[in-house]
Design a protein around this ligand. Structure first.
Ligand code: ADP
Length: 492
């Protein structure tokens, strides 16, 4: 009994490796997780530290940094300096791998301004993984040894492979945030990396004639997690597995799902600095002012009575942007409604969205680009939030929507299935309904589901229940961090 108690209170050293973290650099949900989970683990009194590539914008935003190590890796140009500081706004120690030849480039971490991947991404993220492995094995002279190495997505996938046969290595965990991104490179790239030859094998890191970074994590990590329980099951099927379903099925006893949290300080309608008016469950008055502000900002007719449907996200097939645009064209013909859309991505989706705006002036507002401010205002001001994703490992926007009293309309997949309870007479009566969901990624299903949601908006009892149920849910990082901590403890 005493032994168990001591074990449960044990502090752990955790090295959290990621290629992006809010507020230093962000292209998607991975940055939200990496910016939130390490501070939440520190709140739980664990010594969690974060390691990131030293992109110029990350170095600039990190502020005070000091050089704590200089690492040399054969085959790479110049030393990789380890800069130490703090993740802004937190007490999380931060290590930035400063290797200018590889990371000192403006803009996107993965792509050049022409939209093509950087030609040397394999070298860039192999170097990053080598640095992670050095810190993981306490070989960087920092006098700090992690018990847990927690890697995230393909950019860190090589690290578990590099340490798997080392004595006294930390327990390794690899989290899949999106299996669609695997870090696949041709054979010559593998040769350029001077890695142990045995890694080029189908049961290791070869994948149909390519070198797969993500397989490093999937094959060699002691445990694999993904960001929702449903996605952890889905990726073991052909439909969602991208050819890795066999491997994931094989590792199913070491594969589990932990739902992401959301940053409840940034995403808090009571204090959100981006809003026109703050509001809470006790006083929802401000929501309408935000709606009027959004209508003004996006060139929509200013009228609080017209239902405002919204979407924020990357304009890619995964998110079902095509389904939204087709469904909205039909719905705009049938009903007096409005659409506010924010995002950027594939050019044809952007053009299609702008065309819809041109066809329905005053009813459709489209903003192509990235805007935190507009994202917050839309979550607050809209009446419904559409998320008809073809797959969705976790999804954050549906949770923001719940917290902002904006019922989500989602496809039942991945994290959307795990967070949204469809509105039926039964779920309403049980006080569980918080949104609307449908099964197949078809336009007709999205239209029918959105119609149900629009009908609910006009039924005070239904609408109030959904707002109450959504706004009172707990999606804090503390809940997720406790689940990760339990897992770390089990693995040790
Ligand atoms: P994914 O990681 O697949 O892009 P998520 O829903 O998990 O999707 O997370 C997306 C994050 O990026 C959310 O925080 C969302 O608000 C934000 N986001 C996406 N596109 C934009 C945009 N154009 N402007 C502002 N925020 C955006």
């Amino acid at each position: 009994m005493i032994q168990i108690k001591e074990y449960k209170n044990q502090f752990m050293n955790i090295l959290f490796a990621s290629s992006e973290a809010h507020p230093l650099i962000k292209t998607g949900g991975l940055a939200d997780v990496s910016g939130s989970l390490p501070p939440a683990l520190r709140q739980l009194r664990q010594d969690c530290r974060l390691i990131l590539p030293g992109y110029p914008v990350a170095i600039e935003k990190a502020g005070d940094l000091k050089v704590v190590a200089e690492l040399e890796f054969p085959g790479y140009s110049g030393p990789a300096r380890i800069l130490e500081g703090l993740l802004p706004g937190t007490r999380v120690p931060l290590y930035l791998v400063d290797a200018p030849l590889y990371f000192n480039r403006a803009g996107d971490p993965y792509r050049a301004s022409n939209g093509h991947d950087w030609q040397d991404n394999h070298q860039r993220f192999a170097l990053f993984s080598l640095a992670i492995a050095s810190l993981a094995m306490d070989q960087a002279g920092l006098d700090w040894k992690p018990d847990i190495l927690h890697c995230n997505d393909w950019q860190t996938g090589l690290a578990p492979a590099l340490i798997h046969d080392r004595h006294d290595r930390p327990v390794s965990i690899f989290t899949i945030h999106n299996l669609a991104y695997q870090g696949l490179f041709p054979l010559h790239a593998f040769h350029e990396l001077s890695l142990p030859q045995h890694l080029w094998a189908p049961h290791y890191m070869e994948f149909h004639g390519h070198f797969s970074f993500i397989k490093g994590g999937l094959v060699f990590a002691d445990h694999i997690t993904t960001v929702s329980k449903t996605y952890a099951e889905e990726i073991r099927s052909q439909e969602y597995g991208y050819g890795l379903e066999g491997l994931l099925e094989y590792r199913k006893d070491n594969l589990s799902g932990i739902l992401n949290g959301i940053d409840t300080r940034t995403w808090n309608p009571e204090k959100d600095k981006y809003l026109e008016a703050n509001y809470s469950l006790d006083d929802l008055g401000g929501k309408q002012q935000n709606k009027l502000a959004i209508q003004r900002a996006m060139g929509l007719q200013e009228n609080a009575d017209i239902p405002l449907v919204s979407h924020i996200g990357r304009m890619v097939e995964q998110k079902g942007v095509d389904l939204i645009l087709h469904a909205m064209r039909t719905l705009l013909e049938r009903r007096s409604i409005q659409l506010a859309m924010l995002g950027s991505g594939e050019k044809h989706f952007e053009q299609h969205a702008l065309q819809l705006q041109a066809d329905y002036p005053g009813s459709v507002g489209v903003h192509i680009g990235y805007s935190e401010q507009l994202a917050h205002l839309i979550e607050a001001g809209a009446d419904l939030f559409l998320m008809p994703s073809r797959f969705e490992p976790c999804g954050l926007n549906q949770m923001y929507s719940l917290r902002y009293g904006t019922p989500p309309v989602v496809r039942r997949t991945g994290g959307l299935a795990d967070t949204i309870v469809d509105t039926t007479p039964e779920t309403l009566a049980a006080g569980r309904a918080n949104g609307f969901s449908f099964d197949l990624p078809h336009v007709d299903e999205l239209i029918a589901c959105t119609e149900r949601a629009l009908d609910c908006l006009t039924d005070k009892n239904c609408h109030d229940s959904l707002i109450y149920n959504g706004m009172s849910q707990d999606f804090s990082w503390e809940r997720s961090a406790r689940e990760y901590l339990d897992l770390y403890r089990q693995l040790m």
